[in-house]
Design a protein around this ligand. Structure first.
Ligand code: FAD
Ligand code: NAI
Length: 474
C-alpha cells in the first residue's frame, strides 16, 4: 500500500532531520527516509554529522584536550597528577555514548513531531508538479507518495587515487574516529578541517603526526593573518605540516608508504602506521535514481539548485552537503528550515555571508563574513582592528593567551564586514559577530556594548574599539 505524505525527506542528517521537524511543525504530514545503520544494522539518525562527523570528532577533541591538559598544563596550576594514563577504549566508548545520545534525541524529536521514519535507501520513482512516488529499499521497505520531496543525502569522503579506503591502514573520517590503539606514526593527507581536527586528536594522544597538504599554504579560506597564526601554533605543538606536496604513490603493506615530491620538487618518502585521507568530500547522489527521473547535477556532481534550493524537477528540493555551498551542518540546517517554510508558502532566505566557520583545533579558529584578502580583491575600503588574547584578563586566568580577535569594518560606514578569531572559545565568541552582522551593526555598535569582566568576549569589544584605534587595554 502506498503511504501518502505532504513532504518526504530523503536523508536524516542535520539538513534532513531539521527540515522534517520544521515541515511537521508547519502542519505538513512528513516522512523521513535514512539509510544510516549501526554495525548491528540498527538505524542511526543524524547522518555524517552525528555518526562520524561533528559530534564524535568534538567528543574526541574534548577528551584529548583534557588528557593533554592533565599531562602538560595542570602542573602550572599547582595540580599534581600522578600515574596519568590513557584508557583509549574508555575514551572511544564515551564518544560512542555521546553519539548514541544524539541519535536517540532525533528519534525522540521525530516521535514528538509525528514524523514517520523509514530506515532504508530512498529513490525517486516518477512524478511531476502533482507529486512524486518514492521507493524505500532496505529494512524499512515501503512505497511512498508526496507532493514535495526534499533531498538531503549528504556527502562521503573523497578517496586519494590509488589509495582506496580500507579503514584498517588507509582511513576515512569514520576510520579515523575508531583507531583502537594510538598509532606511533600517523600520516594525514590534507590539511583541511578534518585533517587538522583529527590530526590534533591523535597528536594529543601521543601519535607522531605528519600532515601532507597539496596547496602552498594552510587554511586557504581563512583570513591570511589568522591562517599564519594558526600555522605557527600548530608547528609549536609538534604537528609536522608539509605544504605544496604532490603525492605520487601510496603503497600498503604492514604499514603505508607515501611517496611525494615536496615544495622544492625533491622526491620524498614517508612510512606511516596509519594514513588518514581527508581531501574533501563528494556529494551522495547514487541510489536516488536521478538520471532516470531527470534530476540535474552541476558540473561538479552536486545536485543543481537555485538560490532557494529548487532542483531542476518541480517540487523536488535539495539541501545540505549534496548541493553547492559550504559543507557545514548549520548551513544544511538553515537550508532545511528555509525549504520547509517555502513549501508551506512562507518566505525564507539563507545568507551565506553570515554562515560562521569554526575549526575546533587548539587554538580554535572561527570567522564570519569577508577576509582581508577578499576585501582587497573586491577593492573595498576597510579598517581593521585587532586585539590579542595576551592582553585579555580572562585568557590569562585560563592560561590560554594564544591568538587574537580581528574586526574588519567598512572605512566609510563602519559596518562590520568580517570578524576573525583565533584563540580560546572562538567557537562561542563568533556568535556575537554573527548577530551583529545580521543586524548590520557597525564596529562602534559592538564597541559601545557593555561586555562582562573578566570575559573572553571583552576581546571582541576591544577589537571593535581597535577599528577606531581606541582599544583600552592595549
Ligand atoms: P549528512 O549528514 O551526510 O546526512 C545525509 C544522510 O542521508 C546520511 O545519513 C546518509 O546515510 C543518508 N542517505 C544518503 N543517501 C540516501 C538515500 N538515497 N536514501 C536514504 N538516506 C540516504 N560541520 C559542522 O558544521 N561542524 C563541525 O564541527 C563538523 N565536523 C565535521 C567533522 C567531520 C570528521 C566531518 C566528516 C564532517 C564535519 N562537518 C562539520 C560537516 C557536517 O558533518 C556536514 O556538513 C553535515 O553532516 C551535512 O549534513 P547533511 O544533512 O547535508 O548530510
Ligand atoms: P577540506 O576541503 O576542508 O580540506 C581538504 C584539504 O585537502 C585541502 O586543504 C586540499 O588542498 C587538500 N588536498 C586535496 N587533494 C589533496 C592531495 N591529493 N594531496 C594533498 N592534499 C590534498 O576537506 P576535509 O578536511 O576533508 O573536510 C570536508 C568538509 O567537511 C570540510 O570542507 C568542511 O566543510 C567539513 N568539516 C567541517 C568541520 C567544521 O566545521 N569544524 C570539521 C570537519 C569537516
Amino acid at each position: 500500500m502506498v503511504k501518502i505524505f505532504d513532504v518526504v525527506v530523503i536523508g536524516g542528517g542535520p539538513g534532513g532531520y531539521i527540515a522534517s521537524i520544521r515541515a511537521a511543525q508547519l502542519g505538513l504530514r512528513t516522512a523521513c527516509i535514512d539509510a544510516w545503520s549501526t554495525p548491528d544494522g540498527k538505524p542511526a539518525l543524524g547522518g555524517t554529522c552525528t555518526n562520524v562527523g561533528c559530534i564524535p570528532s568534538k567528543a574526541l577533541l574534548q577528551s584529548s584536550e583534557n588528557y593533554e591538559h592533565a599531562g602538560h598544563s595542570f602542573a602550572e596550576h599547582g595540580i599534581q597528577v600522578k600515574g596519568l594514563g590513557l584508557d583509549l577504549a574508555q575514551m572511544l566508548a564515551r564518544k560512542d555514548k555521546v553519539v548514541k545520545q544524539n541519535n536517540d534525541g532525533i528519534v525522540f524529536l521525530f516521535r514528538k513531531n509525528k514524523i514517520e521514519f523509514f530506515h532504508g535507501c530512498g529513490s525517486l520513482v516518477k512524478g511531476g508538479a502533482d507529486g512524486w512516488e518514492i521507493k524505500v529499499t532496505g529494512p524499512g521497505a515501503a512505497e511512498l507518495a508526496a507532493k514535495h520531496v526534499i533531498v538531503a543525502t549528504g556527502s562521503s569522503p573523497r578517496a586519494l587515487p590509488g589509495a582506496d579506503f580500507d579503514n584498517k591502514l588507509i582511513l576515512d573520517n569514520a576510520g579515523a574516529l575508531v583507531i583502537p590503539e594510538v598509532p606511533k606514526r600517523l600520516g594525514v593527507v590534507g590539511a583541511g578541517v578534518v585533517g587538522l581536527e583529527l590530526g590534533s586528536v591523535w597528536r594529543r594522544l601521543g601519535a607522531d603526526v605528519t600532515i601532507l597538504e597539496a596547496l602552498p599554504a594552510l587554511l586557504g579560506a581563512a583570513d591570511e593573518q589568522i591562517a599564519k597564526e594558526a600555522s605557527k601554533a600548530f608547528a609549536q605543538q609538534g604537528l609536522a605540516i608539509h605544504t605544496g606536496v604532490n603525492i605520487t604513490k601510496v603503497t600498503v603493506r604492514k604499514s603505508v608508504t607515501v611517496e611525494y615530491t615536496d615544495s622544492a620538487g625533491a622526491s620524498q618518502s614517508a612510512k606511516f602506521d596509519k594514513l588518514i585521507v581527508a581531501i574533501g568530500r563528494i556529494p551522495n547522489t547514487q541510489g536516488l535514481n536521478h538520471e532516470a527521473v531527470g534530476l540535474k547535477l552541476d558540473e561538479r556532481g552536486f545536485i543543481a539548485v537555485d538560490d532557494d534550493c529548487r532542483t531542476s524537477l518541480p517540487n523536488v528540493w535539495a539541501i545540505g552537503d549534496v548541493v553547492r555551498g559550504p559543507m557545514l551542518a548549520h548551513k544544511a540546517e538553515e537550508e532545511g528550515v528555509a525549504v520547509a517554510e517555502r513549501i508551506a508558502g512562507n518566505h525564507s532566505h539563507v545568507d551565506f555571508n553570515t554562515v560562521p566557520w569554526v575549526i575546533y583545533t587548539g587554538p580554535e579558529i572561527a570567522w564570519v563574513g569577508k577576509t582581508e584578502q577578499q576585501l582587497k580583491a573586491a577593492g573595498i575600503d576597510y579598517r581593521a582592528g585587532t586585539f590579542p588574547f595576551m592582553a585579555n584578563g580572562r585568557a590569562r586566568a585560563l592560561g590560554d593567551t594564544t591568538g587574537m580577535v580581528k574586526f574588519l569594518a567598512d572605512a566609510r560606514t563602519d559596518r562590520i564586514l568580517g570578524v576573525h578569531i583565533i584563540g580560546p572559545m572562538a567557537s562561542e565568541l563568533i556568535a556575537e559577530a554573527v548577530v551583529a552582522m545580521e543586524f548590520s551593526a557597525s564596529a562602534e555598535d559592538i564597541a559601545l556594548i557593555c561586555h562582562a569582566h573578566p570575559t573572553l568576549s571583552e576581546a571582541m569589544k576591544e577589537a571593535a574599539l581597535a577599528v577606531d584605534k581606541r582599544a583600552l587595554n592595549l
